[in-house]
Design a binder for this molecule. Structure first.
Ligand SMILES: Cc1ncc(COP(=O)(O)O)c(C=O)c1O
Length: 407
């Protein structure tokens, strides 16, 4: 009998998915901490504040109400979809009907649903780099091809629209926009947003606008919603958002996508065959979050702003580090090129991935190397932690560098 070729245990599609480097580093730092090690973790992409009490109380009550013990419509509780439409009009000025909203298990799930719904086999998706780690992996899972559009520190990590044509092909379908950005903290101003939106319309492309950090903007920066600054984009725009960052609700897993009716219909069908409705308890909490004031995020923002100025100053004081001032979100993105090829107690890192290991092992500080964001030579520092820890963590890196030898 002919022997059959052995079938791979794991499908090649899943085999090709990279683990989320940010979650992996955060998990490693938390595991070392659990072993009793004094680790300072700059890896986490989550606010360190508790969810506001008014929200948690509504959820606690919701647990006791049997109507929340059942399935609800896949697309979400009608009251929540309504609250999302209202909140969107209030915060970004985008007017949509609640039927254009699909409630998802966090913003990440909204991104997955968006690519799965819009990106066909071999379709190309333009992703400015440094990019958030999930985008290219979710595009690949949908059968698409991520196309990196590099940006530079000198340009504030924003795309130059005049260069975008170089990345177009007949297969280009969608552009990924995130402002404020994870990992760079860059925020597109009104003119830059208009110019980009105009180019998208001219080239008949779809856009996925990730607005999850919309409220975390500093100084006079402001987050602009692309389909608001250019209404001709409306028919080809998907807006992704969620409660995670604004209300310190990362663990509750409520996000959403807003899109034209046919896209929401198709994405809802997909979700009906995969996760069904988001937990009703979390949905009730999200209604309370969205219908309440923005006072809590205003308070968090004041704290983030102080930390932003602190970490920016401390990082730039280390010889060999260059860090632009973050404009939004809660990340500092710094060039660490000047720290490579030095001798750290007998180890000479030549990449930021290696350097991050040295920093974790020798300084007990966790950072996310730029390789995770398609930008070797850099690293991301989340400043969602107290000022004391920021000073302690960056101080340890400064000490490590001071004790290293140039080669
Ligand atoms: C840019 C960006 N979009 C979306 C998300 C997803 O957030 P969640 O799935 O927790 O709602 C994150 C989380 O880190 C993010 O940084």
């Amino acid at each position: 009998m002919e022997t059959q070729p052995t079938k791979p245990r794991i499908s090649t599609r899943i085999e090709n998915v990279a683990e989320s480097a940010t979650l992996a580093i955060d998990a490693k730092a938390k595991a070392l901490k659990a072993q009793g090690m004094d680790i300072i973790g700059f890896g986490a992409g989550e606010p360190d504040f508790p969810t506001p009490e008014r929200i948690a109380r509504v959820a606690a009550q919701a647990c006791l109400d049997p109507k929340n013990h059942r399935y609800t419509p896949t697309a979400g509780l009608p009251e929540l979809r309504e609250a999302i439409a209202e909140k969107t009009k209030r915060d970004s000025g985008l007017q949509v009907s609640s039927s254009q909203v699909l409630v998802t298990n966090g913003g990440k799930h909204a991104i997955f649903n968006t690519f799965a719904t819009l990106v066909g086999e071999g379709d190309e998706v333009l992703i400015p780099s440094p990019y958030w780690t999930t985008y290219p992996e979710a595009v690949k899972l949908a059968g698409g091809i991520p196309v990196e559009v590099p940006t530079t520190l000198e340009n504030g990590f924003k795309v130059k629209v005049s260069k975008l044509n170089n990345y177009l092909s007949p297969r280009t379908k969608l552009f990924v926009h995130v402002s404020p950005s994870n990992p760079t903290g860059a925020v597109y101003n009104l003119d830059e947003s208009k110019e980009l939106a105009q180019w998208l319309v001219d080239n008949d492309l779809w856009v996925m606008a990730d607005e999850i950090y919309e409220h975390l903007v500093y100084d006079d920066h402001k987050a602009w919603s692309l389909p608001v600054v250019e209404p001709r984009l409306l028919d080809k725009a998907v807006v992704v958002n969620g409660v995670a960052k604004t209300y310190a609700m990362t663990g509750w897993r409520v996000g959403w996508m807003i899109a034209p009716q046919d896209v929401i219909g198709a994405a809802t069908n997909l979700q009906s065959q995969s996760t069904s409705n988001v937990s009703n308890i979390a949905q009730r909490a999200a209604i309370e979050a969205l219908e309440g004031t923005l006072d809590d995020v205003a308070k968090m923002k004041v704290a983030f702003d102080r930390r932003r100025v602190l970490i920016h100053g401390l990082l730039n004081a280390i010889p060999g580090v260059e860090c632009p001032m973050p404009e939004g979100a809660f990340y500092a993105f710094a060039s660490l090129e000047g720290l490579l090829k030095r001798d750290y107690s007998g180890i000479v890192p030549t990449t930021t991935a290696e350097l991050a290991e040295v920093i974790l092992d020798q300084a007990k500080v966790a950072i996310v190397p730029g390789e995770a964001f398609g930008t070797p030579g850099y690293a991301r520092f989340s400043y969602a932690m107290g000022e004391k820890d920021i000073a302690k963590g960056i101080g340890r890196i400064a000490e490590l560098v001071a004790g290293s030898r140039s080669m």
